[in-house]
Design a protein. Structure first.
Length: 233
């Protein structure tokens, strides 16, 4: 008779263990929740693909980069890549669109031109390209675009440089007509100024030559040298 309570207790304990193992309610309480993978939005996936493609294009060139490499770098399937961007050309176009945020700069340039603020206008143009933390990817894309000569190279030039080159050439021509600048060829003068900027970025962003002046001091020096050669003495 003394063993009966002990056996009853053991029976209850075994029953409790069975409940904890097989009961959905108990399992839900005992087992910790597993984190569910977050599903990225369409915009996030596109941004990831654009970022991966830009980095690869800037490293391997347009022709040297495959859609398979882009998909792998973005962590998606190639089929999903094509769902967002049917071709590499579409991706390249999206990269240029994302990296073209010039509305504020264009407004400031037009304001400086209207007020005949020569130094400010040249400083704005130079400072936009020569500044701390400037993204070197766009410049590398320009170089690969020119070397490869693919169909997108003209789009790159039109969107990234032509608009500012024409604006500066027009302003120089206007200042020559007003007698403020020496009579020079406006188109060549604009090319010369942007040539300074491109050469600077080639030395420091691509070849890695260290700068001996700050970015701001460098821009000041370039603009001063150029303007002194333009101004009517």
């Amino acid at each position: 008779m003394a063993e009966e309570p002990i056996q009853s207790c053991l029976s209850v304990k075994r029953h409790a263990n069975l409940v904890s193992v097989y009961s959905p309610v108990m399992n839900k309480i005992v087992q910790p929740d597993r984190p569910q993978p977050t599903k990225r939005s369409r915009h996030q996936r596109q941004a990831s693909l654009i970022s991966a493609a830009a980095s690869l294009f800037a490293t391997n060139g347009f022709r040297g980069t495959t859609t398979k490499q882009i998909a792998l770098a973005a962590g998606v399937s190639e089929a999903l890549l094509f769902k967002h961007f049917p071709t590499k050309h579409a991706l390249y176009s999206a990269i240029l669109s994302e990296k073209t945020h010039y509305s504020g700069l264009q407004e400031s340039l037009k304001e400086a031109a209207a007020k005949r603020e020569d130094k400010r206008l040249f400083m704005l143009l130079a400072r936009y390209r020569i500044r701390k933390g400037a993204d070197p990817i766009l410049f590398r894309l320009l170089l690969f675009s020119a070397l490869e000569g693919h169909a997108m190279s003209d789009m790159f030039f039109q969107q990234q440089y032509r608009v500012f080159h024409d604006l500066l050439a027009g302003y120089i021509r206007q200042r020559i007509d007003e007698g403020a600048y020496r009579p020079v060829d406006p188109v060549l003068a604009a090319r010369a100024f942007f040539g300074i900027i491109v050469h600077h970025r080639l030395l420091h962003d691509i070849l890695g030559l260290p700068m001996h002046l700050t970015h701001e001091a460098t821009v000041e020096e370039y603009v001063s040298l150029f303007l002194n050669g333009l101004l009517q003495q």
